[in-house]
Design a protein around this ligand. Sequence first.
Ligand SMILES: [Zn+2]
Length: 124
Amino acid sequence: MSLVRRCSRTACGRPAVATLTYVYADSTAVLGPLATYAEPHCYDLCAEHSERLTAPRGWDVVRLSDGSGPSRPSGDDLEALANAVREAARPPERAAEAGGSGQGPQVTGETRRGHLRVLRSPDS
Ligand SMILES: [Zn+2]
């Protein structure tokens, strides 16, 4: 277990600088400051992948300031929003998963691809 958070993209081992949270109920992807803990719907991204981020079709991307941008007047409000959507996105079966083999957060490649495959087929 490393204390350094890494980018969750396949074949990318750079240190993570931001956390992406998928809010399925609102079809919104929220990119904000690095989360203090990992959750199934959160993915850590390095600076490069944060810049390149694109949302699936029909989704909105909300980018939260990390505090370094003085042009944002309501950073605190936006951070509160990010926390709120993380709470809302928390799946009900999380407790069941946590009681398993003690292998840590479920951020495996299979899990991530499974989510994306679902997102890419909104119709037909
Ligand atoms: Zn990366």
